[in-house]
Design a protein around this ligand. Structure first.
Ligand SMILES: *Cc1c(COP(=O)(O)O)cnc(C)c1O
Length: 371
C-alpha cells in the first residue's frame, strides 16, 4: 500500500488544453491568462483577478499595491507557510505575529487589537489572515477590527480556493476595504497550474497597480513608470488552470467527504483531536490535520514513523512557527505565541486529496486503530 499525502489531479482535459497552447506558438501571458483571470474573479465573487507566477509573488504584489513598506507593521499568524511572512519582509515592512486559536489553528481575533500600534515610528497598516488548511478565519471579527482601526486586509487564501465564511467565499473579504487576496496554484493546493498564483480584488486602482508591478512597471511596452517585476503567468499554465477551475467544486466536495469519513472514525480514538469547523465555515481541507494529545499511546513522532512504515504519506504543517525560524530569530524575533508553539508539536496531516479511494481511507483508519 502506498498513499501519497498529495496527488495533483491532472486529466486529459488539462493535457489537451496545455498542448493546444503549445501548438499555438503563443506561450507567455496572452488570451488564456485573461480568460482565467475573468473566470477566477467570477468564481470568487470579485471584480478583478491578476494571475501571477506563484502564491508568494501574489502576496508580495498585493502588499506592494497598497504601498505597504518601511515603517509599516502587518499583523499575521506565526503558524503558516514561511511565504506569508516573507512577503511582508520583501516589502520592507514588519510582520507582527499574533497567536492562534487552538481549535481553528487560525489567527485568534481576540488577540489582534492588543498588537495594533499607532505611533509615528510604529504603525499597523494591515492584517494578513491565513485560512490555514482550507479552514476560513472568522472574517466577521477580523473585518470588524479592520474597520474600527482603518486597516487594510490582505487575505492569504493560498490554501483555501472555494472555502466560505457565512456563505461568502474567502478571497472576497479583504476586498471590502479596498484590499486584496492571494491564492497559490502550486501542485499540492486544491487546484493547480504547476506553479502559479492569483490576486483577487474589487478595487480598480489595486488591480491596475498589480498589472503594472507584474510587468516591469510598464503600461505601454518598453515605457516603465515604476519599479516592477516579471511575475507573469504563462498561457500554458492558464489553460491548465481553466480546466482545474471547472473541476474545483468537485475536488473540494471529495476532500470534504474524505475528511468527514476520517472525522467519523478517528474522533472516537482517545488522544486524537480531529478538525471540527465552525457552523459558519465551509472548510475545503487543503490539509486534513489532527492533533495528538498525551492520551494517545504513541508520540507524534512515533506516529509519523508508523504511518511512513505503513506506506501512508504524512507531513507536519508546520513543525516550527515562523517567529522561531532561524531567519526570524536573526531578525530579533522571540517566541511569544505559546499556542502556536504547542500546536506545532501536536499536529499531523493525513491524506485527504480527491484521488483517495474508500479503501485508502479505511486503511488509514485501521492503521490508527492498531497503534
Ligand atoms: C502555498 C502557500 C503560499 C505560497 O504559495 P506558492 O505558490 O508556493 O508561492 C503562501 N501562503 C500559504 C499559506 C501557502 O500555503
Amino acid at each position: 500500500m502506498k498513499i501519497n499525502i498529495a496527488s495533483p489531479q491532472i486529466g486529459k482535459e488539462e493535457i489537451k488544453a496545455a498542448t493546444q497552447v503549445l501548438k499555438s506558438g503563443m506561450l507567455a501571458q496572452g488570451p488564456k491568462v485573461q480568460e482565467f483571470e475573468e473566470k477566477f474573479a467570477r468564481f470568487i465573487g470579485v471584480k478583478y483577478a491578476v494571475a501571477t507566477s506563484s502564491g508568494t509573488t501574489a502576496l508580495e504584489m498585493a502588499l506592494r499595491a497598497h504601498n505597504i513598506g518601511q515603517g509599516d507593521e502587518v499583523i499575521t499568524t506565526p503558524f503558516t507557510f514561511i511565504a506569508t511572512a516573507n512577503a511582508i519582509l520583501y516589502c520592507g515592512a514588519k510582520p507582527v505575529f499574533v497567536d492562534i486559536d487552538e481549535n481553528s489553528f487560525n489567527l485568534d481575533p481576540e488577540k489582534i487589537e492588543k498588537a495594533i500600534t499607532k505611533s509615528v515610528s510604529r504603525r499597523t497598516k494591515a492584517i494578513l489572515p491565513v485560512h490555514l488548511y482550507g479552514n476560513p478565519c472568522d472574517m466577521t471579527q477580523i473585518m470588524a477590527i479592520a474597520r474600527k482601526h482603518k486597516l487594510i486586509v490582505i487575505e492569504d487564501a493560498c490554501q483555501a480556493h472555494g472555502a466560505e465564511w457565512r456563505g461568502k467565499k474567502v478571497g472576497s473579504f479583504g476586498t471590502l476595504l479596498g484590499g486584496a487576496s492571494a491564492f497559490s496554484l502550486y501542485p499540492t493546493k486544491n487546484m493547480t497550474t504547476g506553479e502559479g498564483g492569483m490576486i483577487t480584488t474589487n478595487s480598480r486602482q489595486i488591480y491596475e497597480k498589480c498589472n503594472l508591478l507584474r510587468a516591469h512597471g510598464s503600461r505601454v511596452k518598453y515605457y516603465h513608470d515604476i519599479l516592477g517585476y516579471n511575475f507573469r503567468m504563462t498561457d500554458m499554465e492558464a489553460a491548465i488552470g481553466l480546466e482545474q477551475l471547472k473541476k474545483l467544486n468537485q475536488f473540494n466536495n471529495l476532500r470534504i467527504q474524505n475528511a468527514q469519513f476520517l472525522n467519523k472514525n478517528l474522533r472516537k480514538i482517545p488522544g486524537l483531536v480531529v478538525p471540527e469547523p465552525l457552523k459558519q465555515a465551509k472548510h475545503v481541507y487543503h490539509q486534513y490535520t489532527i492533533r495528538i494529545t498525551p492520551q494517545f499511546p504513541l508520540s507524534r513522532d512515533e506516529i509519523l514513523k508508523k504511518l511512513t512504515q505503513s506506506g501512508i504519506g504524512t507531513a507536519v504543517f508546520y513543525p516550527l512557527p515562523i517567529n522561531a525560524q532561524k531567519i526570524y530569530k536573526d531578525l530579533g524575533y522571540k517566541m511569544m505565541t505559546p499556542v502556536a508553539e504547542q500546536i506545532s508539536k501536536e499536529v499531523i496531516s493525513l491524506p485527504v486529496h480527491p484521488g483517495l479511494k474508500k479503501r485508502d481511507l479505511q486503511y488509514i483508519v485501521k492503521t490508527f486503530q492498531n497503534m
